[in-house]
Design a protein around this ligand. Structure first.
Ligand code: ADP
Ligand code: MG
Ligand code: MG
Length: 914
């Protein structure tokens, strides 16, 4: 075949450029030398795909030979007004010669032709880049030669028509419909459903027609010169870097515009050479469960993208083990090699050509939380990675996902009996989702943002559906397997997904889903079990997950515990919370709110009577005594559950009116009683209550009579709490339980407040301990939740053995924002419009609130070096805030029991990444 006269040829002779624009896959070492072994720079120069192909070649994995034209060549081409830079083409031709030698086949040689693919590949994989063109090097003459050589005319013309189609649509921008319409037509003429049923003569005819379409659409012949095909394809890849979609994507994803794309030219291997050949995609371990077993889909007698294109339904890889044990064994071997090389689960593209397995791409595979944890733990056991690496590979989000609710098994059985299970599909991404059906991504997003739980229902999903998928509670499709777009995206983002539920008839246009005689309209409720693949109409109840059964997660968290410096406590108000917290790995209770105990039904009337009684009166004492019994039992339960661990108990915090009935309701009730006139005593009681409520009314209760202020104004109430607490402690001590109470004073702003309460606590504690003849070691400390308290932390520390940052209130008082008023009215808007980067009630505000924390820690420890400091706001379970707590030197974080596992991991990450 004659080489094209290249426009750059003249300059080439003059320049004799030594610059390298082209590297063969087996020259990866040279590239790395050149960029000082930096893998990042290797990827920048060769693109992700090219670097990966080189790296696999080096690792001894069977990769069809080929070469990469660098991203620098692309940039030079675009800078020089769409001219190949000096020397590039010569180098490419030389590299192709080397590939010819390696393969023993020759580009454009009808007697023994080499065919290649041209694949784009930037540093970061991104949409908008040119699609791959397969089978370059075929022309009418080569096709005839190849037919003789292979004895398989059907294969040859299937390959040739693909080339004309791909080259036409991808390189020459012919609308693909022109080709697809003809394919549909011929299949209906032949009365067949799928491509595989077409024979050699059919494909020959298709090829002729495609060549005609090419001529008609472009005004010129399909290039018969293989080198011209190659040149045009390479140029098209370069140009695609500046295509509109590529530019838009880079803008959106903040990818630099000057990276350029590389081009990979690679010897073709054929999955469409009959029944001993095939193609597929696979994960080296199960991306849903993590099981160490190949997982994926393949199609025999198919090429390239046929697997994901959904033309035929692919088979699960497990079939290959039965169908072709020899190939399967090769696969297991290669998977092993890849994993040992990358020390990570891989997602690969492969082709089987007449029984021989070839790898065409590898990258680390996206996976579910369950899979991530299992793989991390097992790779440590296998000696592939260290414990530190395993801990760092699992994210706090993974832990959140794993501890998501599941469907109640009994409820499912009932639903099945009631005929509510309408389909099963592929269990593509685990988890239990209940929501209303939405038939497109935009609606799913809209409803999702309006806080509706949505199941996005589509025949299949595409890249432009992702915004809707992210806003959905679950995803349901009727087409596609475990490696379909829906499945991959769902797993990556932890959205439960069932795909390929083929029984479902999804009519997107009319917005209904039908299956047998069930009709589901948009907005109807569905339940989707991504762990089993089951789909139900209506809602199925969910239950909390069982942490005790999560053995792998527990192993991983135990490793995390080895690395973290922060202790993790839990906020627990009841013994049951405390027990759960402990099971989840809490090392103490960081906040036990005593007021919750007051709200219980049988206690509230006593609490109200106590509030109504004159301070320091006999009536008050009587009611307090009743309450003390309840409090005693509560403390007893919590202390017992936390045997051997610290329990921080906060004395009463909220303003008293919170325990009283609503004034308006009382007024209405009183009006009714007055009208009837038959229950004077009840009327008197209600009127008393109304007066009391009026008396307790405050303009800003958050800043009113609460916390320590209340404790000082009603010392008998404080004394009751302290007494109950110490009596419980003493009793337990006698029973042999190791009790470690810490008493915490809330809403302090002046050191005298702490001083007064401390004296009260010490007095009552001494009385009780004397009565029981028992010594209890305890601490007294304060919350820091007002800016003044943080500023005079040195004074606070005089009377405090510990500080606990109540970051919810500290955020409110530092910002001067009332959370309940703010979130609905402006705060979320602030976040959406970028006034604030994050909601400060979710992610701790380091600059402001964090400054106060830093200051308080410093000043407090200056006075009392062994001061214990921790945080008990919701931020204590939020990974970024936990990182801050680590950096600022806190002793512990305390969060809700469910978040304890997350906090354990986040604290380890903070320590390992410091
Ligand atoms: P993408 O980035 O879209 O995955 P690829 O370049 O990986 O594009 O290729 C598209 C399809 O063509 C894949 O299925 C790939 O395995 C297949 N393919 C690419 N090059 C070859 C080749 N040389 N021989 C056989 N199949 C190939
Ligand atoms: Mg690919
Ligand atoms: Mg508070």
């Amino acid at each position: 075949m004659a080489t094209l006269a290249m426009p750059t040829k003249k300059r080439e002779v003059v320049a004799k450029s030594t610059r390298r624009w082209v590297y063969r896959f087996d020259e990866i070492d040279e590239v790395q030398n050149k960029v000082a072994e930096s893998w990042d720079k290797t990827r920048a120069l060769l693109g992700g795909k090219g670097a990966g192909l080189g790296d696999m070649t080096r690792a001894g994995v069977p990769v069809p030979p080929g070469f990469t034209v660098t991203t620098e060549a692309c940039n030079a081409y675009l800078a020089e007004g769409e001219q190949f830079p000096d020397g590039m083409w010569t180098q490419a031709v030389a590299a192709l010669k080397a590939v010819e030698d390696q393969s023993g086949k020759y580009f454009g040689d009808p007697k023994n032709p080499l065919l290649v693919s041209v694949r784009s590949g930037a540093k970061f994989s991104m949409p908008g880049m040119m699609d791959t063109v397969l089978n370059l090097g075929l022309n009418s003459e080569v096709a005839e030669g190849l037919t003789k050589l292979s004895g398989d005319e059907r294969f040859v013309y299937d390959a040739y028509r693909r080339l004309v189609q791909m080259f036409g649509s991808v390189v020459m921008n012919i609308a693909d419909e022109a080709f697809e319409d003809y394919l549909t037509e011929i299949k209906s003429q032949r009365a067949v459903k799928s491509d595989v049923e077409l024979n050699a003569a059919d494909w020959k005819q298709v090829t002729q027609e495609f060549l005609a379409i090419f001529r008609r659409e472009t005004g010129s012949e399909f290039p018969q010169d293989p080198y011209e095909q190659l040149k045009l394809a390479v140029e098209a890849v370069f140009k695609s870097w500046n295509g509109k979609r590529a530019i838009d994507y880079r803008n959106a994803a903040s990818i630099a515009h000057d990276l350029g794309t590389a081009v990979n030219v690679q010897m073709m291997v054929f999955g469409n050479m009959g029944e001993g050949s095939g193609t597929g995609v696979a994960f080296t371990r199960n991306p849903a469960t993590g099981e160490k077993k190949l997982f994926g889909d393949y199609l025999m007698n198919a090429q390239g993208e046929d697997v994901v294109a959904g033309i035929r339904t692919p088979l699960p890889i497990a079939n290959l083990e039965r169908e072709n044990p020899a190939v399967y064994a090769q696969f297991v071997d290669i998977a092993d090699k890849l994993e040992r090389h990358y020390r990570e689960m891989q997602d690969v593209e492969f082709t089987i050509e007449r029984g021989k397995l070839w790898m065409l791409q590898t990258r680390s595979g996206k996976r579910t939380a369950r899979s991530a944890v299992r793989i991390a733990v097992e790779m440590v056991t296998e000696g592939l990675i260290t414990r530190q690496e395993a801990v760092l590979r699992v994210t706090p989000q993974h832990v959140t996902q794993l501890l998501h609710p599941q469907f109640d098994d009994e409820e499912k059985v009932k639903a099945k009996k009631a005929g509510r299970m309408i389909a099963t599909g592929v269990n593509a991404s685990p988890g239990a989702a209940v929501g209303v059906a939405a038939f497109d991504a935009d609606l799913a997003e809209k409803w999702g943002k309006a806080k509706r739980s949505v199941i996005m229902v589509r025949p299949e999903t595409r890249p432009d559906d992702v915004h809707g998928m992210l806003a959905s509670a679950g995803i349901l499709t009727s087409r596609g397997g475990a490696t379909s777009h829906a499945a991959v995206v769902a797993r990556q983002f932890g959205v439960p997904c069932v795909c390929g539920a083929e029984a479902l008839n999804i009519d997107v246009r009319n917005r209904v889903l039908t299956v047998a005689d069930t009709v589901i309209h948009e907005g109807d409720t569905l339940s989707v079990d991504g762990s089993t693949g089951e789909v139900f109409v209506g809602e199925i109840k969910r239950v909390e997950p069982e942490f005790s059964r999560e053995t792998q997660l527990r192993t991983l968290l135990a490793w995390a515990d080895e690395f973290r410096r922060l202790d993790v406590y839990a906020n627990a108000d009841y013994p049951a919370d405390a027990r759960r917290a402990r099971e989840y790995g809490a090392q103490g209770v960081g906040l036990c709110r005593t007021e919750h105990m007051f709200f219980q039904e049988e206690r509230l009337p006593i609490v109200q009577a106590m509030i109504l009684s004159e301070p320091n009166s006999a009536e008050e004492a009587l009611n307090l005594e009743k309450l003390q019994h309840f409090q005693h039992d509560d403390f007893y339960g919590i202390f017992k559950a936390m045997d051997g661990q610290p329990v921080i108990i906060r004395l009463l915090d909220p303003p008293l009116h919170e325990f009283m009935p609503d004034h308006e309701q009382l007024a209405m009730h009183a009006a009714g009683l007055r009208l009837m006139g038959d229950r004077p005593n009840e009327l008197a009681r209600v009127e008393d209550l109304m007066h009391a409520v009026e008396g307790l009314r405050e303009f800003n209760p958050m800043l009113g009579l609460r916390g320590v202020r209340l404790g000082i104004m009603r010392p008998a109430l404080s004394a009751m709490q302290v007494r109950a607490l110490f009596e419980a402690a003493c009793q337990l001590k006698l029973e042999g339980v190791d009790v470690r109470p810490e008493i915490m004073i809330a809403v302090t702003s002046h050191a005298n407040e702490v001083k007064i309460m401390r004296e009260l606590i010490e007095r009552v504690a001494a009385e009780v301990m004397a009565k029981f003849g028992v010594q209890i070691v305890y601490k007294v400390g304060t919350m820091i939740e007002l800016p003044r308290a943080a500023i005079i932390a040195n004074q606070m520390a005089e009377y405090s053995e510990f500080f606990s940052f109540g970051t919810n209130d500290l955020t409110q008082t530092t910002f001067g924002i009332s959370r309940d008023d703010a979130e609905g009215k402006f705060l979320l808007n602030y976040v959406e419009n970028g006034v604030l980067e994050d909601n400060p009630f979710q992610v701790l505000d380091e600059d402001g609130v964090g400054y106060l924390i830093r200051l308080a820690v410093e000043r407090g420890r200056a006075v009392r070096p062994d001061l214990e400091v921790g945080i008990c706001g919701e931020h204590g379970g939020e990974p970024r805030s936990i990182d801050f707590c680590h950096r600022v030197g806190l002793d512990y974080v305390s969060c809700s029991p469910f978040r304890v596992p997350i906090a354990r991991l986040a604290a380890a990450h903070a320590a390992l990444q410091a």
